[in-house]
Design a protein around this ligand. Structure first.
Ligand code: FNR
Ligand code: LAC
Length: 369
């Protein structure tokens, strides 16, 4: 419990047939406000739902007679060796799921050999997160503050904590219209470290709107340049949904482009991310790495995103459910479940390596007449 808010203290591997079933299991054990903060989208939730459904717009072409077995999901990203191309997307306030919050998530991601990204609005400090897995690959997701003293303090803290780069989130400078949070009057029940440490204020009791208000709403290419200069870290722009923003990001010196619609929590009726991935990949034209997320619930979804141009594929909600149900081992279980499904798809398409997957054939669905 934190201040009367119930938190899981579990640390156990999870049995599951698929990751989707975890959502229902979490609903049984998590306070309503916290559950619907996670399991909801903006406005009519069209994008939230279609992020997953849209994967059916693309077909994996099976391959046989390939003389291939024992596929491997090992991959490399910006010099970091990973056991899987599955990445932990940044999510605020892991303390609504587990008492060890981002420390447990980092442990689970490290055990699965996956890149972990912690949110500006984490409960645990970047120092505690790093101490949980000192040598593990880790990125920091930045909500740029209006206060550049805050920004500089963050850059200093994350560099000292061994973070390898920054995901600069540009698509959520205010919250989408999320009715679930209004109905439950959701506020963060567990203090957010950077609020407590740098921004003043207690941390808990912040509403999502207040949290966003503390960050900058006005953001542009010059900010990308300035963050790169002042942090000295690679900067990947998170929230690119069109060619125009890919050109702007790369033109500003971005070291990568992260295609996402924030899991359907921002602009409702924005396209599913898988449907815009081809446009962005074409615009990027192999100049920098591409990261993809939103709606990923199957190994086949990961396969498709990789084959359509992504270098890493992030998951959000599923690992938070794993955290709530099983702590660090629960997070590891979710990543490994999806990785197992990816391996099956690799075997059945003759893809021995992730490089092979990146060259696999995907057809836009043949609509029956
Ligand atoms: C998020 N996301 C997010 N993104 C970000 O850049 N900073 C953040 O603090 C958060 N916080 C956050 C909280 C919750 C509860 C959710 C569900 C999502 C977005 C996240 O990084 C990612 O883009 C989506 O979660 C991916 O979609 P799926 O996999 O959750 O469908
Ligand atoms: C959200 C913010 C924290 O989506 O990005 O809730």
């Amino acid at each position: 419990y934190y201040n009367g808010f119930p938190q899981s203290d579990r640390d156990e591997k999870l049995d599951m047939v698929n990751v989707d079933e975890l959502e229902e299991r979490v609903k049984q054990v998590m306070p309503e406000g916290a559950y619907y903060y996670i399991a909801s989208g903006s406005e009519n939730e069209w994008t939230w739902r279609n992020n997953t459904a849209a994967f059916n717009h693309y077909q994996i072409i099976p391959r046989a007679l390939t003389n291939m077995d024992n596929p491997s999901t090992e991959t490399e990203f910006m010099g970091m060796k990973l056991k899987t191309p599955i990445m932990i997307s940044p999510i605020a306030c892991h303390g609504i799921a587990h008492m060890d919050a981002e420390v447990a998530t980092q442990k689970g991601a490290a055990a699965a050999g996956a890149l972990f990204a912690s949110s500006t609005y984490a409960n645990k400090s970047v120092e505690d997160i790093a101490a949980a897995a000192p040598d593990a690959p880790r990125f920091f997701q930045l909500y740029l503050s209006k206060d550049w003293e805050f920004n500089r303090m963050v850059f200093d803290a994350i560099k000292k904590a061994g973070y390898k780069g920054i995901f600069l989130t540009v698509d959520a400078l205010i919250s989408g219209y999320r009715e679930a949070n209004l109905r439950t009057n959701f506020t963060y029940p567990v203090p957010l470290d950077f609020f407590t440490r740098y921004l003043g204020g207690k941390g808990e009791g912040q509403s999502v709107a207040q949290m966003y208000a503390s960050s900058a709403q006005k953001i542009g290419p010059d900010d990308v340049r300035r963050i790169k200069e002042e942090s000295g870290l690679p900067v990947i722009v998170k929230g690119v949904m069109c060619a125009e923003d890919a050109y702007l990001a790369i033109g500003a010196g971005a070291d990568g482009v992260y295609v996402t619609n924030h899991g359907g929590r921002e602009v409702d009726t924005a396209p599913a991310t898988i449907d815009v991935l081809p446009e962005v990949v074409k615009a990027v034209n192999h100049r920098v790495p591409v990261i993809f997320d939103s709606g990923v619930r199957r190994g086949s979804h990961i396969f498709k995103a990789l084959a359509m141009g992504a270098d890493l594929v992030g998951i959000g909600r599923p690992y938070l459910y794993g955290l709530a149900l099983g702590g660090a081992k629960g997070v590891q279980s979710v990543i490994e479940e999806l990785n197992e499904e990816l391996i099956i798809n690799m075997q059945l398409t003759g893809c021995k390596t992730i490089e092979d997957v990146k060259h696999a054939r995907i057809d836009h669905i043949r609509y029956t007449a």
